[in-house]
Design a protein around this ligand. Structure first.
Ligand code: ATP
Ligand code: MG
Length: 403
């Protein structure tokens, strides 16, 4: 049996004249993601993408790991549903035998089914209702526990007759949804070692943003293990975001300078503004149009409305905060779903947790923040030096995620 996967386009089908751009990007993302697994014929027709393994001199289509192909496709944004299918010769006996071989186990696990047949090849000797009826009878004979339910079947057996043969569809399963990565521009994600920021990256990549990550490290207060943990997190979400860069900023000097020269109660907001100014400097070199953070309203003192307003005013790029209205329990559920939770909860210190005041001000005003910065004339030069000294780590999907 030769398998073909059908991937159904989601929201992008409503993009009118721009749909072609979205589809071209999705095809490119799929080709790139599947390239290591074999040779494929991939094409789009009527908002469906057909993915078929090819036999070549270098490889045999039957040897392609279709479970892995399906797994990878289910993490590509832009695809709303997926199904596996087999193709076979279009004579009725072969269709019956193939449907039983391909779907017999799935039919054994449900109580109700229906057969839906379509004929693109109108010269076929049976009509669509005849195919549905006779194939239904054949499958009922093989699985006497089954009942036909035409309105709400647990499993729908779909057969399509085309001029070159027949397709037998397996059940549809949900895809990753969203829009193809790369169709919305590029942003810089502030990645800490915590639970929230990898989830924020996932949420924005799902809206079509390509992204790089930036992490602030403060050795010796933060360890090499903490940096490796962040690298592991970036790799874990690269299945969704694609390959990207992780910029690691040596942040010790600006952070110590703020600690030594600013009112303690304003420390966290001043540090967050400083981080955003550095992110802005890095963004200017990489065609980046926005920054992303994992902030969520009122989660901590630096995430009150007043504190966020002060943070936003630090630099001109838009700050995207996809988790702003989410509860921690929802964020944790997403983090488990995308596979970053277990790494996020490893206990390594983040630079945000050092020097933090016991009682930070929850309603800082921009005037007092700017006055505190005016009293730190050496900070800008330290920030520029930190941005210039950053380490650039390429993040590649499929690399070892140990840390
Ligand atoms: P997270 O789980 O993402 O660490 P958090 O609840 O610990 O979130 P904070 O420590 O206040 O929240 O950080 C808020 C946001 O600031 C993070 O989600 C992240 O986007 C950014 N951030 C914090 N620390 C760093 C860091 N060391 N490097 C880069 N970004 C950071
Ligand atoms: Mg954190």
């Amino acid at each position: 049996m030769r398998e073909v996967i059908l991937a159904y386009e989601g929201e992008m089908t409503m993009k009118g004249l721009n749909k072609g751009t979205f589809e071209a990007r999705l095809l490119k993302n799929i080709r790139w993601r599947l390239a290591p697994l074999g040779k494929f014929k991939i094409h789009a027709a009527q908002s469906t993408i057909f993915i078929e393994p090819q036999s070549t001199e270098a490889g045999d289509a039957d040897a392609v790991d279709m479970d892995e192909v399906y797994r990878r496709l289910s993490k590509i944004f832009g695809i709303v549903k997926l199904s596996r299918n087999v193709t076979c010769a279009a004579d009725f006996d072969t269709i019956c035998a193939t449907a039983e071989k391909y779907l017999g186990a799935a039919l054994g696990a449900v109580k109700t089914f229906k057969v839906e047949a379509k004929r693109a090849d109108k010269r076929y000797p049976m009509t669509s209702p005849e195919i549905s009826r006779d194939l239904g009878a054949y499958l009922l004979d093989k699985h006497p526990h089954l009942r036909v339910n035409v309105h709400q079947p647990e499993l729908e057996v779909m057969v399509e007759i085309r001029d070159f043969g027949a397709y037998i569809h397996g059940p549809k399963t949900p895809g990753a949804g969203g829009l193809p990565v790369g169709t919305s521009g590029r942003a810089l994600n502030l990645l800490s070692g915590g639970i929230d920021s990898p989830v924020a990256a996932y949420c924005m990549a799902r809206r079509g943003l390509a992204l790089h990550h930036i992490h602030f490290a403060s050795p010796p207060y933060t360890s090499l293990r903490a940096k490796l943990k962040v690298q592991a997190l970036a790799r874990e979400i690269s299945e969704y975001t694609g390959n990207c860069m992780l910029f690691v900023v040596p942040y010790t000097k600006p952070q110590e300078y703020i600690r030594d020269h600013a009112p303690e109660v304003l420390f966290t907001v001043l540090m967050r503004r400083s981080m955003l100014r550095i992110a802005n400097l890095v963004a200017a070199q990489s065609e980046i149009e926005a920054v992303i953070t994992g902030e969520s309203l009122a989660q901590v003192a630096s995430q009150t409305l007043a504190a966020l307003a002060c943070t936003d005013a630090a630099q001109p790029l838009p700050v995207l905060r996809p988790l702003i209205g989410m509860d921690k329990t929802e964020i944790i559920a997403l983090s488990r779903k995308i596979g970053t939770f277990d790494t996020s909860i490893q206990p390594f210190e983040d630079c945000c947790t050092i020097f933090t005041p016991a009682h930070p001000k929850t309603r800082p005003g921009l005037a007092e923040i700017e006055a505190a910065e005016a009293a730190m004339p050496g900070l800008a030069a330290l920030e520029e030096a930190a941005a210039a000294a950053l380490e650039k780590l390429p993040i590649r999907m499929g690399d070892d995620t140990e840390f």
